[in-house]
Design a protein around this ligand. Structure first.
Ligand code: IVH
Length: 667
């Protein structure tokens, strides 16, 4: 069995490499899932066999109290900048002068990713440490967070190198950043202005489970000391690192001379807009390590490399006025309404001003002419006010004292940048809460997307969450953009949402600090919505994994009389969140302990297990005394024989499904 576990680790490592690094999956998601479940089962039965390189370790372990410091064995240097062809030619001239030679070197040209530099240490092929660059000498230990990045191998293909300190960039691609920002907008959280902030913000999460949910990627671009391998050039090194299973950017090119470098820079300048990720320039490196060694480094940057930066896509325009938006959690965000301007092909007419501190720091005024740039092609950013153009009509921007929507006094807690409306009945928050309630992260009600919810709210057809369940066909089908079909569709979605799992329902309510993980903890611990209505802070603090902030927020929420009233209305409307109680008596598999073996054809392991739990059964960790029934798929292996010997009940996958749909009885 231990051999099988090692075999599974390697299989999963290879498939993960095919998927995340080579972008060329060789098996279906379902097949991957089955292998992964098999690994989890073995590990569950033998916790002492779990190794640090197991794919199960990617989900993110326990949260840290703080980051510890890591001293880099060799400093992580930064790069000097070049901005155009002339700077690149000057770079080469400097090199030649320094080397007292006329022999021109060759180069590697590498896209400069806009992310966060990290160092990863592999010992005998195993990832043992990940750290941030920090000040170059001392960074932060982010090993737990690094482990969650799927394209970073936990084990290299070769394990005969005692120690390898590799360096590279963790980043988020455009798609990942857009989705994450979408979610954050819905959750009322501030958006990441560019991929660098998103990567840094995600890696610097004390709770690696949060990092695990962020779509981070990684490319390696070097090692701490070039003599640590037998490679003689940067080109050879990158090829070698790639054979170890490390992801290397395939846009890196060899350039025989500086003219080729200049051409490549212009190619990448055109190509950058079509890439799946943001690059902010091109790094040029002298290819030959012997030459690199002779050139050495100045205080902060090596002489053998330079970063050639793309010109920022900037424009100037005017702040016409400032709007204040209220998010789901009450956060009030100032948004500059700009005179529309073309920034690199995109018309920009709004830019977030983030918060009061940011406005003060940049000294921005209403009526100012401002320099804006599209950072990360995502959210336009105001770089600065053009002070020479400021006239006497420019007015200071102040955050209002009252909520722009409900007029409730706003609060800015000491030490926090965000100003909040704390009125739980604020219509803006209610609308955002309703959008969240119906959205994917909430109850995922089909037919009730953001636009529809906004429309229904504007028409006052829904003022509060339970109103969603009061909607009638007649209300909907007559609305602009609706018809009989879309009304039926939405009503079916609403009907289906009446019996959500409790954890989903809790996450949908939009209670601050209660995401899906905390909601799951609440469901498992308290088992009913009613129980949560009078839960105490002390009881909550006893739940492992639930922190003080969440505990306070949950108690505040459920003790609010209007929330209690809302829960009563939910009940009256037939909304009954379901708890997957394993001891419920009337379920089909109550009292049964099942195990699956062999490959299932109709279900994935996850689905099969979910079905067992939903029907009151439990999953066994192996052929144990407690096991009551073994469900066998194809090629069942030794478990079948063992279970037969012990007189356990044996079912095929089809029989299992027939029991669940009531075609045949269990006993
Ligand atoms: S080489 C001594 N190569 O750019 C060499 N850096 O200012 C140091 N970066 O902090 C880095 N892509 O995060 C190198 N292909 C690449 C890079 C790259 C992005 C970042 C890196 C570093 C910054 C340099």
């Amino acid at each position: 069995m231990q051999n099988r576990l090692e075999e599974l680790r390697i299989l999963l490592m290879e498939h993960s490499h095919n998927y995340y690094v080579l972008d060329d999956p060789q098996i279906s998601d379902g097949e991957y899932d089955r292998l992964f479940q098999e690994l989890l089962e073995i590990e569950k039965a033998h916790p002492d066999w779990v190794t640090s390189d197991s794919p199960s370790q990617r989900v993110g372990g326990a949260a840290l109290d703080k980051f510890t410091q890591v001293r880099h064995r060799l400093p992580m240097l930064s790069l000097e900048n070049a901005f155009d062809d002339l700077d690149l030619i000057a770079f080469e001239e400097r090199l030649l002068r320094f080397l007292f030679t006329d022999t021109k070197p060759d180069y590697m040209a590498e896209p400069k990713l806009d992310g966060l530099a990290v160092e990863l240490v592999y010992e005998h092929g195993f990832l043992v440490q990940g750290s941030t660059r920090g000040d170059g000498t001392i960074g932060e230990d982010i090993t737990a967070q690094i482990r969650t990045v799927n394209s970073i191998p936990l084990r290299l293909y070769k394990t005969d190198i005692p120690r390898l300190e590799i360096r590279g960039e963790v980043f988020m691609d455009r798609d990942g950043l857009t989705k994450l920002n979408h979610q954050r907008a819905e959750d009322g959280e501030p958006l990441f202005a560019n991929p660098r902030n998103a990567a840094a913000g995600s890696l610097r999460q004390l709770d690696p489970k949060i990092t695990a949910k962020r779509p981070l990627r990684f490319y390696v671009y070097g090692i701490a000391e070039s003599t640590d391998t037998k490679c003689r050039t940067q080109q050879e090194l990158l090829e070698f690192l790639s054979t170890l299973g490390l992801p290397v950017n395939d846009l890196i090119t060899f350039c025989p001379d500086i003219n080729a470098v200049i051409n490549r820079f212009s190619e990448l300048s055109d190509l950058r807009h079509d890439l799946a990720y943001e690059i902010d320039g091109m790094v040029v490196k002298v290819n030959d390590f012997a030459l690199q060694a002779r050139l050495g480094a100045k205080a902060r940057a090596p002489r053998w490399a330079i970063a050639c930066k793309f010109p920022a896509i900037q424009a100037t325009t005017k702040i016409l006025k400032v709007d204040f938006q209220v998010g789901r959690t009450g956060a009030v965000t100032p948004v500059a309404i700009l005179e529309p301007v073309d920034v690199g092909g995109v018309i920009v007419s709004r830019a977030t001003l983030h918060n009061a501190d940011e406005i003060r720091r940049k000294d921005l005024r209403r009526g100012d002419t401002v320099l804006i740039q599209r950072a990360g092609d995502v959210i336009p950013e105001i770089v600065k006010a053009v002070l020479e153009k400021r006239d006497s009509s420019a007015e200071p921007i102040t955050i209002p004292e009252k909520c722009p929507v409900c007029s409730h006094p706003l609060q800015k807690p000491e030490g926090e940048a965000v100003t909040r409306c704390v009125n739980p009945h604020c219509p803006a928050q209610r609308l955002r809460t309703m959008v969240h309630f119906c959205a994917k992260a909430g109850l995922d009600i089909e037919g009730l997307g953001k636009k529809s919810v906004e429309q229904l709210f504007d028409l006052q057809l829904i003022k509060d969450l339970p109103d969603i369940f009061k909607l009638q066909k007649g209300d909907l089908e007559v609305l602009d953009g609706w018809g009989e079909k879309s009304a039926d569709n939405a009503l079916a979605g609403i009907e289906a949402a009446k019996t959500p799992p409790l954890s989903r329902f809790l996450a949908a309510l939009g209670i601050r600090y209660v995401g899906e993980v905390t909601a799951g903890l609440l469901e498992n611990t308290f088992n009913s919505l009613e129980r949560l209505l009078d839960v105490t802070r002390e009881e909550l603090l006893e739940v492992e994994g639930l922190g003080e902030q969440a505990a306070n927020s949950i108690v505040d929420y459920f003790s609010d009389p209007s929330v209690q009233e809302m829960m009563r209305t939910f009940r009256e409307m037939g909304v009954h969140p379901q708890v997957m109680l394993q001891t419920e008596e009337n379920l089909l598999l109550t009292g049964e302990v099942l195990l699956f073996t062999g490959s299932l054809k109709k279900l994935s392991r996850t689905e099969a297990k979910k079905l067992v739990k939903e029907n009151g059964g439990q999953i066994a960790s192996g052929i144990t005394r407690k096991l009551t029934c073994l469900v066998v798929g194809e090629k069942p292996g030794s478990k079948l024989k063992k279970a037969q010997e012990k007189g356990k009940k044996i079912l095929t996958e089809d029989e299992f499904l027939q029991i669940l749909d009531g075609t045949i009885a269990f006993h």
